[in-house]
Write a protein that binds this ligand. Sequence first.
Ligand code: FES
Length: 107
Amino acid sequence: MPKVHFEGPSTGVRAVDADGGESLMQAAVRYGVTEIEARCGGALACGSCHVYLAEPWHQRVPPPSAAEREMLEYVLERRDNSRLACQIKIEGSLDGIVVHLPGAQAQ
Ligand code: FES
């Protein structure tokens, strides 16, 4: 099982075991990572699963689709390494990925 490290500004690091094929958002919700709200359940309609991918992981995941880039326009504190966790599928090649959580999600 690929390991995912979620790092929150006030909650520290949580390492979770993701199921291959599930999204970063699904793994976060399953393990109670409350900073990822995922209000739309992965329908790419809310932006409340915003995360920052640490290097080198940001370069290793496929680039965002046009629809994800459009939704990223609405997140708070967007950065170059911003992504929506519901759009990133966990594969074995992402074992050990480090995901930083923003201090707040979009309203
Ligand atoms: Fe709503 Fe990702 S869960 S955009």
